[in-house]
Design a protein around this ligand. Structure first.
Ligand SMILES: [Zn+2]
Length: 269
């Protein structure tokens, strides 16, 4: 190989989480993620805030600092059953409400009730959604082929969760970009009385310098950004037109090159 894309700092492994509905158990889950330095995306229904056991707007303030907030439909609709106008309203009004509340741009989505089809994917893209998560677990560490149909690796109740964590930690095959993507609902830990599952998992996978802990949008955005790198035809020069630093490996997997935001540099080829 001559040039290969890397995650930030030249890493080749990433971990992300996606949790739905914004119920009160999110508070306990966020504490666990924060204790272990992990990053997650929380998918919220703005129109249902405060409807018990969902957290109120006041309770949500500051809760998800350092994590990502994403849409989950204004009222948690089974969206493939909705007419176009209703789909647009469900997404745009959820976005507007969450963006006002959290003061950030909200472009992620998790399909409520796992419902979507080709029509829904197109409408969401038109409503400014950059990626959307399904409930179809793949059991693999592969990157999404279609960001509007982003299939996670597993639900946290998957009996292989701990095994997946171990595989990620022990993986040394830097010829691949790996992603372990875990999803669920925080209230399920109360229902199943198994908070130890996520505690143990987080402890086992955290604190590794070679794993990138990131939100869904950070990963989707980074993967989009590296595609925007502009190379000279002989690969000797590279221009990074984006606002974030990007990383590639040159000739050897361990020879990592940082391309600063906005700069053109020599690759050494
Ligand atoms: Zn939901």
């Amino acid at each position: 190989m001559k040039i290969s894309f890397c995650y930030p700092e030249g890493r080749t492994k990433a971990l992300t989480f996606s949790y739905d509905d914004g119920k009160e158990q999110d508070r306990r889950l966020v504490k666990i993620f924060n204790r272990y330095g992990l990053k997650a995306t929380f998918n919220l229904n703005y129109g249902l805030l405060g409807k018990k056991p969902r957290l109120t707007a006041e309770q949500l303030k500051g809760l998800y600092d350092g994590h990502e907030v994403a849409t989950h439909g204004l009222t948690h609709p089974t969206i493939a059953r909705c007419p176009n106008e209703a789909v647009l309203e469900e997404i745009l009004e959820d976005r507007k409400g969450l963006e006002r509340l959290f003061g950030q741009i909200v472009r992620g989505h998790a399909y409520p009730n796992g419902s979507y089809d080709e029509r829904i994917k197109q409408i969401l893209a038109m409503a400014g959604i950059f990626y959307a998560r399904t409930v179809h677990s793949t059991g693999s560490f592969e990157l999404p082929a279609d960001l509007m149909e982003w299939n996670p690796t597993c639900h946290h109740n998957d009996p292989k969760l701990a095994e997946y964590g171990k595989m990620l930690v022990e993986d040394k095959k830097s010829q691949y970009l790996r992603l372990l993507y875990v999803w669920g609902h925080s209230y399920e830990f109360d229902v199943c009385d198994n908070w130890n599952v996520i505690e143990d998992f987080c402890e086992a996978v955290s604190g590794r310098e070679d794993i990138w802990y990131a939100t869904n949008m950070e990963i989707a955005g980074y993967l989009h950004a590296v595609q925007m790198l502009a190379f000279s035809a002989d690969l000797s020069l590279v221009y990074n037109p984006t606002a974030e630093d990007l990383w590639v490996a040159v000739r050897d997997w361990s020879n990592v090159l940082r391309i600063p935001a906005g700069e053109t540099i020599r690759t050494g080829i």
